[in-house]
Design a protein around this ligand. Sequence first.
Ligand code: HAM
Length: 416
Amino acid sequence: MAERIQVPRGTHDVLPEDAARRAVVEAEANRILGGAGFRRIETPAFEATELFARGVGESTDIVQKEMYTFDDGGGRSVTLRPEGTAPVCRAYLEHGMHKHPQPVKLWYFSPFYRREAPQLGRQRAFWQIGAETIGSADPAVDAELIVLLSELYEALHVGHVTLRLSSLGTPETRRDYREELSIYLRANAERLSEDVRARIDLNPMRAWDSDDQGTREVMRTAPRLLDRLGGEDAEHFARVLDLLGTAGIAYEVDPTLVRGLDYYTRTVFEFTSEALGAQSGVGGGGRYDGLIEQIGGTLTPGCGWATGVERILLASGGQPTAEPPVDLFVALAKEEMRVEGFRIVTEARRAGLNAQIELAGRSLKGQLKQANRIAARWTAILGDEGATLRDMETGDEEVVAPEAVIARLQRGERSL
Ligand code: HAM
């Protein structure tokens, strides 16, 4: 036998049980986001590498080591999308959406790719639901997005979520702060982890993210960005917090919150769930007022979030999902009834009923067992004497002509 080929490391198949649960997640996202005026967008699975290099940021882990980048065969470098915000902003620009009434609200349910070390909740190919509101700097945009994500978690029974948020201010505040932080880190360099030390110039903010004991101690007395915000940024953040309070959303202000992407300005936030293991981040996002300019547009504010579909499923503790109900199972008392059965099942489907027919050559007893297994509401047993219609809930039976099965069911369905 030839060697079996397996799914690539860090990827998984979505099997039918899973697909049903994911369909519920997608439907809830559609209900909640669609209801708030978000419209669906889908961008390509790969983009020009430059989009992520400029958008996500050269110094991020994503761009430095996690992207699947390849030559498209024509000398152009393309990358499987590691995230959705830069592509959505690219599409906003490319399709002149700045001419639409602002803000433009978009959402997606799509696969993304990052070459990360796989573990529970961390995959190399994973799905995100994302929402982006582009073209308004109003703090109500930030608050609305956060409330909607919180509602999505509630609707999907994502357990024990905590919301942490912070503000990164403007790029200028951040630049000054980075300088201040670098000086502080350099002064304490010998107590920092090697990794953090190596990145003092490239990305000193990463020090906040470190698990290293020495680094954590150094960070305890480090200057905090939240204390350095300018007047308007502080006002913006206070408004966001106010609105969250109005909406009854519990939150924790966490000045140490850093996100793994460079485009954020002002508000950043993250939802974690205790139901997850080490990869406890279930969703996150923030404002990215400079991103569109960075990828070639005019200065346009934006804010959004993304949440991992697999992490939602892990954290929602295997909520059962209903398979579509089966109205009719067509059983054959003998194989000669196959053609008649095929006609009935086809007609039933055309009449809008969910119908299935025996396809595995089971005995009649086996077929009735199968009808029970799929919880069929009715079974039509086709035999010499016609069609015996069995009500699978009561066990009542009634013999009708094969061509009368659908009409009889429709009457029966109505009287239920
Ligand atoms: P992110 O924090 O990198 O943000 O990812 C958002 C969510 O995607 C995470 O909270 C997690 O649930 C899921 N996720 C990320 N990486 C993986 C992985 N390797 N395996 C499984 N799930 C994963 C962004 O992607 C930003 N684009 C969010 C955003 C939108 N900011 C503004 N707008």
